[in-house]
Every structure is written in structure tokens, then in C-alpha cells.
Design a protein. Structure first.
Length: 316
């Protein structure tokens, strides 16, 4: 007579050693993790002091943390944890500050100015003055900008350009926003005495990191232009825009702003490239190149106009 329990017992006997092996492996892995945690070293006091000193500047904090981990690999986990705590605390403080702002609170900006004057065989003088102020709340970002370019050559005005604009962005997601943009321009040397524009649209931050950002915008616009030849246009147009910022290092920043308006009669293109170098404290030097184009200007006017500026910038 065959014992039916024999095969079952044999199978159980085979499972028991296998389970024992898996159990030993798990215990060994747990011991390795405990040992690894035990080997982790606290952040050395001088390194911790450097991290705390850099806490007010996100870009500098990242650089200091990377160097600290390379020179103190055993403390890498603790360094990452401390940086995460600093970032979380700053984000919380920023949210609380934005939530408590009044109407006149939270504004910041930059003013820039440059000019030249020459005498002798030729008499030239010119000035470039601009100001930008911004305010950000939990849901809104407001920006107001004004710029003046004026130049005389032998007592005759050779450049006269004025711009003033407002843009408001309402954030509906982490990267997306609805925009309202209003603008005024005067540039008789390009071909118009005045131009007003009112635009709405959608914007999206395609890249949004501490050192690099890129936002794209699109939407309809209404423009009223008074050309120097007496022609007046009131047209609907399509608007597209690009805004980019690259923090190359702690002292050098590159920005690119561009927009295009296209209607059935004309296409206007604007692009401003700027390289800003921090000199000391709130004072910086800026070199910029501006490109303006009108596909159908009044008779006798060029389609392309450029401006190169060297200015001093004060942040407030």
C-alpha cells in the first residue's frame, strides 16, 4: 500500500529549505541597509555653514550642495535632506508672503539708462532710458514696462521711439496661464506716429527650471495704428510671443523677448536680446540688441530697424 502523504511531505521538505534561503537573503539585505545608514556621516560643520549661507540664493545653493556632496560623499544623503528642508521652508514662506500682500506690496523692478554726447566736427547726442516693474501674487503676475530711445544728429532728430506696456498673467496651472497685454508705441522713423494694441491669449512655460525658463504665448489681438503717411488702420491680428531667461552664472544672465503680430495687411516683428552682467550689489551693466520689422511700411521707409544699447541697470 502506497503512503499518499509521502509525496506531500517530500514537497514540504523541499519548500522549507527554499524559504530558509529567501529569509536569509532578506535578513542580509536588511543588515546591509542598517550598516549603510550607520556608515552615513553627519554634515561637517564648515560645510553646513556654507549651505546655510547660500540658502537665500537658489542657484548658489544648488552649486554649493553639489560641491559639498563631491567633497563629502558619506554625507550626501544628509546634504540632500537639508537642501530639501531649506527649499520647502522657503516655498512655504513665499506662499505666506504672497497671500498677505497688500495692493502696493511686493513690487520690484529695474531701471536702466545709457546715453552719449559728442562735439567737434559732429554734434550727436542720444539717450536710452527704460524701467520695468513687476508684482507676483499667488495667482497673478503683473508687469509694467516703459522704454525711450532718442537721438539727435547735428540738431536733427534721427531716432525717436517710445514704448509703454502692461501684461497680466493669471496662472491656472503650474505652467499654464491666461494673459492680457496692452501696449502703446510711437516710432515715426519706422513709419507710425502711434500704435495701440490689446491682446489676450494663453501662455505655457515649456521650460521652467531655476536657471533656464522658456514661455510661449499665442492669441488674438486688436491694433490701432496711425501711420506717418496719414493712413489709419484698425485691424484684428494674431499674436505670438516668446520669453526666455538663462542664468548663465551668478553674475551673468541672458534674456530673449520676442513677439509677432500678423494681420491681413502687415506683419510686425519685435525681438530684444540682452546680456546683463552684475557689477556689484544692485548695479549691473547690460548690452542689448533690438530688432523691429514691418513687412509693409509706408513708402520710403525701411522694413527693418535695429537698436544696439549699452546701459547701466539698477535693481530695486
Amino acid at each position: 500500500m502506497v503512503d499518499a502523504a509521502g509525496p506531500a511531505m517530500a514537497n514540504l521538505a523541499g519548500i522549507k529549505p527554499a524559504w530558509g534561503q529567501w529569509r536569509m537573503r532578506w535578513e542580509f539585505a536588511a543588515m546591509a541597509l542598517v550598516a549603510s545608514a550607520a556608515q552615513a556621516e553627519p554634515i561637517p560643520a564648515p560645510v553646513a555653514a556654507m549651505i546655510e549661507a547660500a540658502a537665500g540664493d537658489a542657484a548658489k545653493l544648488g552649486v554649493v550642495a553639489d560641491i559639498a556632496k563631491q567633497t563629502n560623499p558619506a554625507s550626501a544623503a544628509e546634504i540632500d535632506a537639508r537642501v530639501a528642508e531649506i527649499n520647502a521652508a522657503q516655498a512655504k514662506a513665499r506662499e505666506e508672503k504672497l497671500a498677505s500682500q497688500g495692493l502696493m506690496d511686493g513690487w520690484s523692478g529695474q531701471g536702466e539708462a545709457g546715453g552719449f554726447f559728442s562735439t567737434g566736427n559732429t554734434e550727436n547726442r542720444g539717450v536710452a532710458v527704460g524701467v520695468t516693474v513687476t508684482k507676483e501674487t499667488r495667482s497673478w503676475k503683473h508687469s509694467v514696462r516703459a522704454l525711450v530711445d532718442y537721438q539727435e544728429n547735428e540738431g536733427v532728430t534721427s531716432r525717436e521711439r517710445y514704448f509703454a506696456g502692461y501684461e497680466g498673467n493669471w496662472k491656472f496651472s503650474q505652467r499654464g496661464y491666461v494673459l492680457l497685454a496692452l501696449g502703446y508705441e510711437r516710432d515715426p522713423f519706422t513709419g507710425f506716429n502711434s500704435r495701440f494694441s490689446e491682446s489676450i491669449g494663453i501662455g505655457y512655460r515649456v521650460i521652467d527650471t531655476k536657471r533656464l525658463s522658456l514661455a510661449l504665448e499665442a492669441g488674438p489681438s486688436l491694433r490701432q495704428t496711425r501711420f506717418t503717411d496719414g493712413v489709419n488702420d484698425n485691424v484684428f491680428a494674431a499674436r505670438g510671443a516668446l520669453n526666455a531667461k538663462w542664468i548663465i552664472n551668478d553674475a551673468l544672465t541672458f534674456t530673449q523677448n520676442a513677439s509677432i503680430f500678423h494681420d491681413e495687411f502687415n506683419t510686425s516683428v519685435y525681438a530684444l536680446s540682452a546680456l546683463t552682467a552684475r557689477l556689484s550689489g544692485k548695479l549691473s551693466a547690460r548690452f542689448s540688441f533690438q530688432f523691429n520689422s514691418e513687412s509693409d511700411p509706408p513708402a520710403g521707409r525701411e522694413t527693418v530697424d535695429t537698436v544696439t544699447r549699452a546701459t547701466l541697470v539698477y535693481s530695486f
